[in-house]
Design a protein around this ligand. Sequence first.
Ligand SMILES: C[S@@+](CC[C@H](N)C(=O)[O-])C[C@H]1O[C@@H](n2cnc3c(N)ncnc32)[C@H](O)[C@@H]1O
Length: 232
Amino acid sequence: MSPTPQYRGLGDVIVTARPFDEYLAMFDLADADLMTGPVLDCPAGASGFAAGARAIGADVTAVDPEYAIDPDDLLRRARRDTEYGNRYVRDNPTTYSWGFFRDEPDHLARRMAALDAFAADRRAHPERYVIGALPLLPFDDDAFRLVVSSHLLFVYPDHFGYADHLRFAQELARVAGEEVRIFPLVDTTTARWPDLHRLRDDLAGCGVWSEVRRVEYEFIRDGDEMLVLHPG
Ligand SMILES: C[S@@+](CC[C@H](N)C(=O)[O-])C[C@H]1O[C@@H](n2cnc3c(N)ncnc32)[C@H](O)[C@@H]1O
């Protein structure tokens, strides 16, 4: 029998529901940035990003492996995971900084509202919620102008090693014609992912130039930077 893994931080990968305005803040995006070509959210989980972006007229697609399960089961899972995430925030007060969210009840309420927005948008546009997983996405090269990727890479170092991160980043760059934004660069213990320099060097070696950019948003302490990839 294999030993039970001892996770640091949050533990298993959860299905979260971040609202549209949180995405704009995390990725330092203005509405206009979403209007100049197709946008992919990978992994989208139960986030309200696609709903919000579509409401302003953007051409947006969401992808996540969990779209393979029954939609009502996914909503139940996302609700449970959102409550779990909120308890984690409450139980680890030194890990989080308050600003974007007022307090823990505000955090829970806005994430639950995002889940409702996700559910309604997925019901209305099921074809825009695509089953897929890194490192092999079901899209052509350069299918999107912009790809945003939040809270998978760098956040779960107990689940994904260096080689996974490199293959995930290369695949995000493959489907992005112009730009990939990945947020944050820390995990849920506030530790910065240690191999960022190596990753950036390896990406440069295959023609993907990158930069680290500071953003105004911070929720996990020290999580106020994103990695921006510029595919060749
Ligand atoms: C913490 S959620 C982030 C969702 C969304 N970006 C947000 O910020 O609310 C992580 C998501 O990664 C998805 N996931 C897990 N493994 C994946 C993989 N190999 N490729 C793509 N997505 C994956 C999970 O299903 C989950 O929905």
